[in-house]
Design a protein. Structure first.
Length: 139
């Protein structure tokens, strides 16, 4: 069985943002040489997310609005976490909703997706470098 590991780094200039990372994950799959197996893609920071959905601009705007309604950034006093000197209590909750990781099957050397599925990095407390782990196992 083969094993492959790579870190992808992102620096989102705004507080919240979404990046389609499907092509970077496909490149990792090609580098790995795995034809049958699984890919784990997970955010290595507690205020970021990795998720699968459609790459549609309106949907991403809906996510931003919906997440802000669920866990508004302000007032900062809304979150006990922020009493530690942080200002990202909302980002932790948004990450929890959007998820930490995805696992994708690899079949015949390809990501085995359903229609319209893409992999995204979601950032909820940006303006600094953060990483995503890509781990591939298989044959």
């Amino acid at each position: 069985m083969k094993s492959y590991r790579k870190e992808l780094w992102f620096d989102i200039p705004s507080r919240v943002g979404f990046i389609n990372i499907t092509n970077q994950v496909r490149e990792c799959l090609q580098e790995s040489g795995v034809r049958e197996g699984f890919i784990l893609v997970n955010a290595m920071h507690i205020t970021a997310s990795v998720f699968i959905n459609d790459d549609e601009k309106g949907l991403h705007q809906d996510y931003r609005r919906w997440l802000e309604e669920l866990a508004p950034h302000e007032p900062l006093s809304l979150y006990l976490h922020n009493s530690t000197g942080e200002d990202n209590g909302d980002a932790h909750l948004k990450r929890q909703v959007m998820g930490r990781e995805v696992v994708v099957a690899v079949t015949e050397g390809r990501l085995d997706f359903g229609p319209w599925e893409q992999i995204f990095y979601g950032e909820f407390d940006g303006r600094r470098r953060k990483r995503v782990l890509v781990k591939i196992i298989g044959e």
